[in-house]
Design a protein around this ligand. Structure first.
Ligand code: NDP
Ligand code: 2IT
Length: 449
C-alpha cells in the first residue's frame, strides 16, 4: 500500500530529483496543489503512484545540431525532444527555437501539454521539443539549413502514430515547411508527421488562427457565464507573433478594442485601438518583413515604450501571448487595480506563481494557459485526423469544431472548478483536475508501465 501522498514531501522529492529546473518545478507545483488533495480523496491514484509516474517523462532525447552559417562558420546547437506521456495518444506538442531553451523549459512545456491535450478531448499525448537556436537575424537559408540539420536527428524519433511535433516560439509556417520537407525526404513518405503545415502540403484550415481564436472563445465563454461579453472591452495583448496576431483579430471581430502589442524589446500603445487594417500591417511586418513592433509606432504615430511589458496600461481584458513568467506579482496587482476583469493566457505559463495566486485571490476570471490556449493543439489534432483520412474540412466546419471544443473545455473547468462558499469558478483547479482524470485513468488501465 502506497504511503499517503503529501504535497510538501512530494514537491521536495521532485525538486531533489530535478535540481535547478525552476520552470519545471513551477509547472508541477501549480498542478500538484490541486491534484494532491484530489488524489487523497481518490486513493486508487495514490496506490498506483500515478502522480509520481506522471511527473517523470517517458524519455528525453538530447542531440547535437551541426550546421553551416552564411559566412561558412560551422555552428553547433543543442536539440531536444521531451516525450512526456503517451497514455491517451501519440506524443504531441510544439518545437521552440529560442536562445533561452533548456531542459527545464521544455519539461515544463511538455508536462503542461499532457493536461492541455487531455482537455481538448482529442487522443493526443504530451511532448515538447526545440533548440537553443536564435532565429533572430538569421537569413532564410540559415533557417532552412538549421531546420534540415535538426530534422536529421529528430526524424528517427517521430512518426504519425508515434510523435507529431508542431510550431511554438520561433517555429512558424516557414520553419514547419523546411522541417516537413526534410522529414519527407528522409522517410520517403508523405504522412501527417508534423502539424501547422501550409494548406498546399496537407495543413488544415484555421490552424494558423486556432490558438488566438480559441483563447478569445474561451474568454468569451467565461464572460458569458458571468453575464458579460467582449463587446466594447479594452484589451491589452503582449507579443506580436502567431498567437498575439490572431487573438487581436478575433477580439476586433467581436467588438473589443485592442490597445497594445509587444515584442521582446518593448510595446506599442495605440489608444484609439488597432484596426483590422493596422493588424494586417503588423502581420506583414512580422511574417514577411521580420521587423520589430517599434516600427508600428513610427508608421502610425503612437506611443512606443521601450523595455517594458504592457501590463501598466489600463484594460478590461488581458491576453499575455508572448512567453512564460511575463506577468509578475506587481503587474498582477496593477492589472487588478486598473479594473481588469479577465485574463486569457495565450502564452504557456505567462504568470509567475505569485501573480497566478494573486489572480485567484482577486477572483477575477482567470483562464490558465492549459485551458485557454488549447485551441491550437486541438486544431493540430484535427489536422492529424484530416491527414489520416486524406481529406480536408472547410474553414467554417473547423471554426465550428474549434468553438465546440473551447466550449467543452470551459464546461469541464466549471464542473471541476466549483468552490465552497463562493460562486467564482477556479479555472486553474478545474483544468488541472479535468485534464488529470482522463490521463490517470488511461494509465491505471495499462497496469504498471
Ligand atoms: P511567435 O514566435 O510567433 O511569437 C512570439 C512573440 O513573443 C514575439 O512577439 C516575441 O518577440 C515574443 N517573445 C518571445 N520570447 C520572449 C521573451 N523571452 N520575452 C519577451 N517577449 C518574447 O510564437 P507564438 O505566438 O507561437 O507563441 C507565443 C506563446 O504562445 C508561447 O508561450 C507559446 O508557447 C504559446 N503557444 C503557442 C501556440 C501556437 O500554436 N503557436 C499554442 C499554444 C501556446 P521577439 O520577436 O522579440 O522574440
Ligand atoms: O503549446 C502548444 O500547445 C503549442 N505550441 C501547439 C502544439 C501543437 O502540437 O499544435
Amino acid at each position: 500500500m502506497a504511503e499517503q501522498l503529501e504535497l510538501d514531501s512530494f514537491m521536495k522529492g521532485l525538486i531533489k530529483r530535478n535540481p535547478d529546473e525552476l520552470e519545471f518545478h513551477q509547472a508541477v507545483a501549480e498542478v500538484a496543489r490541486d491534484i494532491v488533495p484530489f488524489i487523497q480523496s481518490n486513493p486508487k491514484y495514490a496506490e498506483e503512484s500515478i502522480l509520481e509516474r506522471l511527473t517523470e517523462p517517458d524519455r528525453i532525447l538530447i542531440f547535437r545540431v551541426s550546421w553551416v552559417d552564411d559566412d561558412n562558420n560551422v555552428r553547433a546547437n543543442r536539440g531536444y525532444r521531451v516525450q512526456f506521456n503517451n497514455a491517451i495518444g501519440p506524443y504531441k506538442g510544439g518545437l521552440r527555437f529560442h536562445p533561452s531553451v533548456n531542459l527545464s523549459i521544455l519539461k515544463f512545456l511538455g508536462f503542461e501539454q499532457i493536461f492541455k491535450n487531455s482537455l481538448t478531448t482529442m487522443p493526443i499525448g504530451g511532448a515538447k521539443g526545440g533548440a537553443n537556436f536564435n532565429p533572430r537575424g538569421k537569413s532564410d537559408r540559415e533557417i532552412m539549413r538549421f531546420c534540415q540539420a535538426f530534422m536529421i536527428e529528430l526524424s528517427r524519433h517521430i512518426g504519425p502514430d508515434i510523435d507529431v511535433p508542431a510550431g511554438d516560439i520561433g517555429v512558424g509556417a516557414r520553419e514547419v515547411g523546411y522541417l516537413y520537407g526534410q522529414y519527407k525526404r528522409i522517410a520517403n513518405n508523405h504522412t501527417g508527421v508534423i502539424t501547422g503545415k501550409s494548406l498546399t502540403t496537407g495543413g488544415s484550415e484555421i490552424r494558423k488562427e486556432a490558438t488566438g481564436y480559441g483563447c478569445v472563445y474561451f474568454v468569451q465563454e467565461m464572460l458569458k457565464h458571468a453575464g458579460n461579453s467582449i463587446e466594447g472591452k479594452i484589451c491589452a495583448i503582449s507579443g506580436s507573433g502567431n498567437v498575439a496576431q490572431y487573438t487581436a483579430e478575433k477580439l476586433i471581430d467581436l467588438g473589443g478594442k485592442v490597445v497594445t502589442m509587444s515584442d521582446s524589446d518593448g510595446f506599442i500603445y495605440d489608444e484609439n485601438g488597432i484596426t483590422k487594417e493596422k493588424l494586417a500591417w503588423i502581420i506583414d511586418l512580422k511574417e514577411n518583413r521580420r521587423g520589430r513592433i517599434k516600427e508600428y509606432a513610427q508608421e502610425f504615430q503612437v506611443e512606443y515604450i521601450q523595455g517594458k511589458t504592457p501590463w501598466s496600461v489600463p484594460c478590461d481584458l488581458a491576453f499575455p501571448s508572448a512567453t512564460q513568467n511575463e506577468i509578475h506579482l506587481e503587474d498582477a496587482k496593477t492589472l487588478v487595480k486598473n479594473g481588469c476583469i479577465a485574463i486569457g493566457e495565450g502564452a504557456n505559463m505567462p504568470s509567475t506563481a505569485e501573480a497566478a495566486e494573486y489572480f485567484l485571490d482577486a477572483k477575477l476570471l482567470y483562464a490558465p494557459s492549459k485551458a485557454a490556449n488549447a485551441g491550437g493543439v486541438a486544431v493540430s489534432a484535427l489536422e492529424m485526423s484530416q491527414n489520416s483520412m486524406r481529406l480536408s474540412w472547410d474553414w467554417e466546419e473547423l471554426d465550428q469544431r474549434l468553438q465546440g471544443i473551447m466550449k467543452r473545455i470551459h464546461a469541464s473547468c466549471v464542473e471541476h472548478g466549483k468552490q465552497q462558499d463562493t460562486d467564482a469558478i477556479n479555472y486553474v483547479k478545474g483544468s488541472n483536475i479535468a485534464g488529470f482524470i482522463k490521463v490517470a485513468d488511461a494509465m491505471l488501465s495499462y497496469g504498471v508501465t
